[in-house]
Ligand binder design. Structure first.
Ligand SMILES: NC(=O)c1ccc[n+]([C@@H]2O[C@H](COP(=O)([O-])OP(=O)(O)OC[C@H]3O[C@@H](n4cnc5c(N)ncnc54)[C@H](OP(=O)(O)O)[C@@H]3O)[C@@H](O)[C@H]2O)c1
Length: 327
């Protein structure tokens, strides 16, 4: 899927382009499906350009079959069914992937559904567990509980024995979060999440907050944190610049971290993917954590998928299937 110029969903164009060639340490994957991430919308609008040397086409994850191995690849074979974290290029029939970013398709998950797992699993595992060290018995607050990220964060939080609070903008979305295990539900249009989370924790607050709003929620997130709380900002949907009262953070001995996955060096991505394979994949294979798919559209209708995400109608992931490829 090419992007001849930045713009609205109609800027996405399905066109013939040369096949990627796998370089040192890369495999070529015949794509069965990819998934839409919010970052793809920003890329389409010209607000999140891929780094030099990375595919200019959108798509941060995919599933498919290995079609060819580049030099220096070990542990994978042509024909293997895989899913992968990508730096770009997933909205396509073929993509080249560093082999450290490959994962096997989890047992019990079909090839198309697997396309929506790498980005959410890697983002949630790296931030909630490797950065914020969520522990059993702690409270995790997940903003946007019905998002792709949120639906994975709820399930992983519950799987390790944490208490999970979520925010969402409708009763229907909160009901879906509750089905996934969320214990505390906050309708951010009608309730103040600081008050609800404090009340639900006997005044203590949340030990870990996974934030996607950035500036808009910064001070309120600090207010909602418990002593020794960890606030991890991964999205900036509510702006990039805000003031924060550091005395409130100091008194709580609170930590604030902001991260992104896409820009990390290959070695860091490979380490995160290895941790996901070790810790998250067994939970998926045991049925404790389930992929949450809102809908599957043909990849040629990526523009429609972007409209769905922009409307905010989805719960979980919107997948894009390459017609005929999964068979
Ligand atoms: N840093 C990283 O490495 C990284 C990686 C992946 C994703 N992300 C970020 O994580 C976020 C989720 O990604 P996604 O692909 O899962 O997106 P998504 O499915 O499009 O979800 C976006 C969510 O934002 C929620 N939202 C909007 N306004 C809100 C508010 N005021 N309070 C709480 N929630 C609100 C929406 O919920 P309602 O409809 O209920 O309002 C929606 O569920 C995005 O901001 C994305 O950029 C970051």
């Amino acid at each position: 899927m090419t992007l001849p110029e930045f713009g609205g969903p109609e800027a996405l164009r399905w066109a013939d382009v040369p096949d990627p060639v796998p370089g040192e340490g890369e495999v070529l994957v015949d794509v069965a499906a990819t998934a839409v991430n919010r970052a793809d919308l920003l890329q389409r609008q010209g607000r999140y350009s891929p780094k030099p040397g990375v595919s200019p086409y959108p798509g941060l994850e995919c599933s498919g079959r290995i079609a060819a191995l580049g030099p220096g690849v070990s542990g994978w074979a042509v024909g293997d069914e895989v899913c992968a974290l990508l730096a770009g290029g997933g909205y396509a029939e073929k993509v080249a992937v560093p082999f450290g970013q490959l994962l096997p398709v989890p047992e019990g998950v079909d090839l198309v559904t697997a396309a929506g797992l790498p980005e959410v699993a890697a983002t949630v595992w790296s931030n909630v567990f490797l950065v914020a060290h969520l522990r059993p018995g702690e409270t995790l607050l997940v903003h946007g509980g019905a998002s792709g990220i949120g639906t994975m964060a709820i399930q992983l939080g519950k799987a390790v024995g944490a208490r999970v609070a979520v925010t969402a903008g409708s009763a229907q979305k909160l009901a879906r979060c509750a089905e996934l295990g969320a214990d505390v539900l906050v309708d951010y249009r009608e309730q103040d999440f600081v008050e609800v989370v404090r009340e639900a924790t006997g005044g203590a607050g949340a030990d870990v907050i996974l934030d996607i709003m950035g500036a808009k929620y910064l001070q309120r997130n600090v207010d909602a944190l418990a002593v020794n709380g960890r606030l991890v900002v991964i999205g900036l949907q509510g702006g990039t610049k805000a003031e924060v009262d550091l005395s409130a953070m100091l008194a709580k001995r609170a930590a604030l971290v902001a991260t992104n996955l896409r820009g990390r060096p290959l070695g860091e991505k490979a380490a995160i993917v290895a941790a996901v394979r070790e810790h998250v994949w067994p939970l998926i294979e045991a049925g404790v954590v389930r992929p949450v798919v809102d809908r599957v559209l043909p990849v040629t209708e990526a523009a429609e998928a972007h409209r769905v995400i922009e409307s905010g109608a989805q719960v979980g992931k919107v997948l894009l299937e390459v017609p005929g490829a999964a068979r």
